[in-house]
Ligand binder design. Structure first.
Ligand SMILES: Cc1ncc(COP(=O)(O)O)c(C=O)c1O
Length: 400
């Protein structure tokens, strides 16, 4: 038995089977590469689901974590530590919201949970019945009970019904439906600018505009879930910055600390004041180590001008994927933004293409039955893009 097989077997003995059978085991990462116990090198075009955007083991993040871990790891939110304050200041600067306030959580779901509670509190201050949330079909907002209900994928609900019944889910491509769904009882609208888990599906400007206008009309907060799209993944710092719409609340997680668990709910204006002392809390929120990692991420993206580099890499990857569309009958289109891309396939073959890529040690994933997701780090090199494209091309040729 190889070292990887032994690890997979031990995993299967005592770790809960919530994720389906794991597909590989890794012991080390460096840049765009992961390494297995046998020393095999894998090209990581998934980044741990859009998380390790600076690549694995980025020296600045490693240094920040090591230094902070040797200095102060935890105090609770009864006290203040500087890394969290610096991070909140960074987020105010990057959103451009001088009145921004951040609540720190541990992941995407807990960032969204905070945003939903914020919307409730803001709504109930206007009217006791202003508690409903509007979300879109195909969305993904997390797996806690509230964020699961907000997730517009009913198949994920069934095993946990009954849910609380406070969410109205409408079509993701119908501006009128969004307008109609938002009313006096709505406290918030929650949406992604590009639905990540929903298949790398950008929303139309009309839907975003309708959500903004309906929120303004009814005193509801517009929450944009940037858990997957944020921190440069789709081009700008936050995907909404490429649209004409400014949310009241933005939620972040995934890439914010390049792999350390963190979530953030950033609000502006009256929404920033909606939650008061005692309304919401979490023991690990604002942890100095994870915040120090996030500060390092932001500083590296700025000092290395990674948003610009990633834009150029995105163009190269999109051009290469379009070449595959031109040359392979199995590839039918390319969608997404920046380095959050989906290769559309002719039929439900994405799992097969994912497996073929994995056999060749390229990590991508079937985000929908007919869509392959590619999300390499913002630091990906031209040569790595060409290597990945060659692998996907080979797999498509084999599958055809
Ligand atoms: C847009 C979006 N929101 C929320 C989440 C949930 O994040 P987490 O898994 O960190 O709870 C995800 C995870 O994929 C996501 O893509």
């Amino acid at each position: 038995m190889t070292g990887s097989e032994a690890l997979l077997r031990r995993h299967d003995t005592h770790v809960m089977r919530t994720y389906g059978p794991p597909k590989a085991a890794f012991v080390r990462g460096q840049g765009t590469r992961l390494f297995d116990a046998e020393g095999g090198s894998w090209l990581d075009f998934l980044c741990g689901l859009a998380v390790t955007s600076l690549g694995h083991a980025h020296p600045s993040v490693t240094e920040a974590v090591a230094q902070q871990a040797a200095t102060l790891v935890h105090t609770s939110n009864l006290y203040v530590t500087e890394p969290a304050v610096i991070l909140a200041e960074h987020l105010a600067r990057l959103t451009g919201w001088s009145d921004a306030r951040t609540f720190f959580a541990q992941c995407g779901a807990t960032a969204n949970e905070a945003a939903i509670k914020l919307a409730r509190r803001h709504g109930k201050a206007q009217h006791p019945d202003k508690t409903r949330l509007v979300t879109l079909d195909g969305s993904f907002h997390g797996r806690t009970l509230a964020t699961l209900e907000a997730t517009g994928q009913p198949a994920k609900h069934d095993a946990f019904a009954p849910l609380a019944g406070f969410v109205d889910t409408v079509a993701h491509d119908d501006a009128e439906a969004v307008r109609d769904a938002v009313g006096p009882a709505t406290c918030g609208v929650l949406l992604e600018v590009v639905q990540g888990e929903g298949g790398v599906r950008p929303l139309s400007p009309e839907v975003l505009q309708a959500a903004r206008e309906a929120c303004d009309e009814h005193g509801a907060v517009l929450i944009i879930d940037e858990v997957q799209t944020g921190v440069g993944r789709t081009g700008p710092w936050f995907a909404y910055q490429d649209t004409d719409v400014t949310p009241d609340v933005v939620t972040l997680a995934k890439a914010l600390a390049n792999g350390l668990p963190i979530g953030a709910c950033v609000a502006r204006g009256p929404a920033a004041e909606a939650l008061g002392p005692g309304d919401h809390a979490t023991t690990f929120g604002g942890n100095p180590v994870t915040c120090a990692a996030a500060n390092a991420v932001i500083e590296v993206i700025e000092s290395d001008r990674l948003l610009t580099t990633a834009g150029a890499r995105s163009e190269r990857l999109v051009a290469g994927l379009n070449d595959l569309v031109a040359s392979s009958p199995l590839a039918t289109g390319v969608r997404g933004r920046g380095l959050l891309l989906g290769l559309e396939l002719a039929g439900d073959v994405a799992a097969e293409v994912e497996a073929g890529c994995r056999d060749r040690r390229l990590l991508v994933n079937a985000v929908a039955p007919d869509v392959l997701r590619l999300a390499p780090p913002l630091t990906v090199s031209r040569a790595e893009i060409d290597e990945a494209l060659a692998v996907v091309g080979e797999v498509l040729a084999d599958a055809a």
